[in-house]
Ligand binder design. Structure first.
Ligand code: FDA
Length: 390
């Protein structure tokens, strides 16, 4: 089987489908090759099946990249409101859950259907169950799958990253980029639960307990819920800081972020017969309160404790240091940080500077969003930026 196209998009995920649809609607003959038996599989499982399809506040500050400026142009040219307008034009009901996160009221299938309808408007050809295993370049790009060979002067890498390998995710994008001499920023699991060992292992007994905290890794912090698991720490606050966490560094948790600096001293003055355990139980789930109180070891009435001991307890609760011994890895990572180096790509068009006609978009690129709809917004925005340049 052999066909000629203006552009071939590798991967029918969020970025690939958006790019193909827009390019098709501009009049290009576009082919999408997808290895899975249906398009948009990660979209279908996203947001607990309801797809957190964008974040209304998404901006460059919500992304990690070796070059924090790279995403600016694409994000500015295709905004969360643009995607929301598209969602509304299809009559898809949505709601804001929290922190600007927009979800479908119904199923994530609506978003896949929207993308497929947009592709249909652009006469895009989508071929599933066609894993690309070889790409060569002569006049244009020649793409080979077990079923056929396809050629086009332009090729878009939209095959994502290796997070969730049991869904078939691989580092194919990086292999292809390297084949064409493009650098890859070391990929690492992001938005991923962290594992605890050593002394911290006792906290695993709190598996299932969650609390609103402020979690810090390096200079970055997130005020959201943390969850103890049988392997360590999870929950939105931890997933967020995991993207910034480096092996060997601690994660600091403020268990009482709403409290004033001297809340224990104030409690001692106001009610000397209160106890640390009792006060913690008023604020936190009981099992967590008891574990923290046991570790601090400040028993009895606050009135009998020295101000120095109370200050030490306050400080510890504000900056409880955990020493993760790792993460749950790509198997549980919602995204991959790192990827095809932005230094290799035009931020306007996503085209490789030294390989004209080759483009990379979406998660394959070294641009990684926070938890909360930011990664899809990057997929849409980078897909559109590329489509307009093809
Ligand atoms: P994506 O991975 O979506 O698509 C790549 C496609 O390429 C896949 O269909 C793959 O099969 C195909 N492919 C790979 N190799 C190939 C080959 N050799 N030949 C042909 N095809 C190939 N983000 C967000 O903003 N809101 C959310 O609610 C969620 N929720 C969420 C939940 C879970 C469980 C996960 C794992 C991830 C999320 N995300 C998310 C992240 C989001 O899903 C992710 O950032 C985007 O899907 C990335 O889109 P891409 O199109 O770049 O890659």
């Amino acid at each position: 089987m052999s066909d000629d196209y203006d552009a071939i998009v590798l991967g029918a995920g969020a970025a690939g489908l958006m790019c193909a649809a827009r390019a098709g609607q501009r009049g290009l003959r576009v082919l999408v090759l997808e290895k899975a038996d249906k398009p948009g599989r990660k979209i279908l499982i996203s947001g607990g099946g309801r797809c957190n399809f964008t974040n209304i506040g998404a901006g460059p500050a919500n992304y990690l990249s070796a070059n924090p400026h790279f995403a600016k142009s694409a994000l500015a040219r295709y905004t969360p409101r643009d995607f929301l307008a598209l969602v509304e034009s299809y009559g898809i009901a949505w709601h804001e859950k929290t922190l600007g996160q927009l979800f479908c009221d119904g199923s994530a299938q609506h978003i896949v259907d929207l993308l497929l309808a947009e592709c249909a408007k652009g006469d895009v050809t989508i071929r599933c169950a066609q894993e690309v295993d070889q790409v060569t370049r002569t006049d244009g790009f020649c793409v080979a799958t077990r079923i056929g060979r396809y050629t086009a002067p332009r090729l878009v890498i939209a095959t994502g990253g290796p997070s969730i390998p049991k869904m078939g995710a691989t580092g194919f994008a990086y292999d292809l980029a390297r084949q064409f001499g493009l650098k890859v920023v070391e990929p690492r699991p992001a938005l991923v639960p962290l594992t605890l060992g050593g002394e911290d292992v006792l906290f695993r007994e709190l598996s299932g307990v969650a609390a609103p905290v402020e979690a810090h890794a390096g200079k970055t912090s997130f005020a959201e819920a943390a969850l103890f698991t049988h392997r360590g720490l999870s929950g939105p606050a931890i997933l967020q800081v995991s993207s910034y966490w480096k092996h060997g560094e601690p994660v600091a948790i403020d268990f009482l972020p709403q409290h004033s600096q001297d809340w224990l001293l104030e409690a001692k003055r106001g009610n000397p017969r209160s106890s640390l355990r009792g006060l913690l139980r008023d604020q936190l789930p009981q099992r967590l309160a008891d574990t923290l109180a046991d570790r601090i070891g400040l028993n009895g009435d606050l009135g009998n404790a020295s101000d120095k001991a109370l200050r030490a307890a306050q400080d510890r609760l504000r900056r409880w240091l955990f020493h993760p011994n790792g993460s749950e890895g790509f198997a549980k990572a919602e995204v991959t940080a790192g990827g095809i180096s932005t230094a290799e790509l035009s931020s306007q068009t996503m085209e490789a500077k030294k390989v004209p006609g080759l483009y990379a978009i979406g998660e394959a690129v070294d641009v990684t969003g926070w938890l909360g709809g930011y990664n899809f917004q990057w997929a849409w925005a980078s897909g559109v930026a590329c489509a307009e340049a093809l």
